[in-house]
Design a protein. Structure first.
Length: 410
């Protein structure tokens, strides 16, 4: 009861210095800005369990943007309790509620205001993935602590310079602010971070592993021109090779024969239907050689025109369209619709020379010169994601790139 770090040790974990310091702290307001995989959820789960065991009648709430996320942290608390041998018997335990014989309760809730307002007398309120918890939800949960004088603990990685989590991090409020970059976790190796930087780009690493509140302005892909194949390259359709024809540089050849044909699709009617496709070669270089970019065209026409020897990755929201293309014998899977992750992966390919785009893909190239982040004035109204325009072929590229890997591109 005096040393909550024993909850981690019971799970065969040796607490890092920051974990021990946080577990022994008593501040009423805590912001925990931690890199991915540093153990923040496990540490907070130990704090929650210590509250349940040590203070009879406690009510601990776990709130997250989605039900799945709140249940993940809930399961960590249950697992820690089992590792301790359940020192206080449980009266009830299901997927979202744990009640102990001493009257303490743990409840996991999705981030919906209507499901939360009925709770009061909260001893410990945990906001998981706090940077993604909406401002109105944050305002609605704070009054739960008014009478109980309970603790508020918010844990997250950053999500840009917006929202209450960022405002409280830089503001004057009475928070204890705990910043844990990857370098404070001995289980994360520099070699791993170097590979993440290569694969996803520095901006992504700064946010996810360095805990920096990065923000973007200007073009989303300002370096896209580096990926455009020079005019002195030509495609030899007879043997599927790209050759450099310039007499001023060394003869270079990329043998694409027998490599994987891959493509991406963004569905549209008034907005254009955009498909881009090409080859992923043995060196993990993605060659985008063709595009289809048409408005107000039936999906059956697209199905007839698109090659069937391509592994397609499409907008996951287009469930009906995906099924129709499958009935037309196209190999197609749902892409990853995480915008920021997809942008990071495309950017990393550009910077490492692992994306090559044919000059014939005129719409893809044109979009790269228009797709932009909002200005500071626009950000207040629109958020930090890029403006939803001039991004159809680029979305198709993002669906494709976000699903590729050197070991298993399918």
């Amino acid at each position: 009861m005096l040393d909550p770090t024993l909850i981690l040790r019971a799970q065969s974990m040796t607490p890092d210095p920051w974990q021990r310091e946080l577990l022994l702290s008593r501040e009423p307001y805590v912001l925990l800005n931690c890199a991915r995989q540093t153990g923040k959820s496990t540490t907070v789960a130990a704090l929650a369990l210590h509250q349940l065991l040590n203070t009879p009648g406690s009510l601990v709430l776990v709130v997250a943007p989605s039900e799945r996320q709140s249940h993940e942290l809930f399961r960590k608390v249950v697992h820690a309790n089992l590792a301790l041998g359940q020192p206080i018997p449980s009266q009830r335990c299901n997927q979202s509620e744990l009640e102990l014989a001493n009257g303490s309760r743990l409840v996991a809730l999705p981030g919906r205001e209507e499901t939360i307002r009925s709770f009061s007398g909260v001893s410990l309120l945990i906001l998981d993935e706090a940077s993604r918890v909406p401002d109105d939800l944050y305002r609605s949960v704070r009054p739960m602590l008014a009478v109980s004088q309970g603790r508020l603990l918010a844990l997250s990685t950053p999500f840009g310079q917006r929202g209450w989590f960022y405002d409280e991090w830089i503001g004057p409020g009475p928070w204890r602010r705990v910043h844990v970059p990857w370098s404070m976790c001995p289980r994360i190796l520099p070699e791993f971070i170097a590979e993440e930087t290569r694969a996803l780009g520095q901006a992504w690493v700064d946010q996810e592993y360095n805990g920096l509140f990065t923000t973007m302005e200007g073009l989303v892909f300002p370096e896209f021109g580096q990926a455009i194949i020079k005019s002195d390259f030509r495609l030899q359709s007879s043997d599927c090779k790209l050759e450099e024809q310039s007499s001023k540089s060394q003869f270079a050849i990329c043998n694409l024969q027998s490599e994987m044909n891959v493509g991406g699709i963004d569905f549209g009617w008034r907005n254009p239907f955009a498909a881009i496709w090409g080859v992923l070669d043995g060196d993990d270089v993605l060659w985008i050689l063709h595009e289809r970019y048409l408005r107000e065209t039936p999906l059956s026409d697209h199905a007839a025109a698109l090659p069937k020897d391509v592994m397609w990755y499409a907008d996951p929201a287009g469930r009906t369209e995906i099924e129709e293309l499958r009935r037309a014998d196209l190999k197609i899977r749902r892409g990853d619709n995480s915008i920021r992750r997809g942008i990071a992966m495309v950017t990393a390919r550009i910077r490492t020379g692992r994306l090559k785009v044919s000059p014939s893909c005129v719409n893809l190239i044109a979009e790269s010169r228009l797709y932009r982040y909002p200005t500071p004035a626009e950000r207040d109204q629109m958020g930090e994601n890029p403006i939803d325009a001039h991004n159809h072929a680029l979305a198709a590229l993002r669906y494709l790139v976000s699903r590729l890997s050197t070991t298993n591109p399918t």
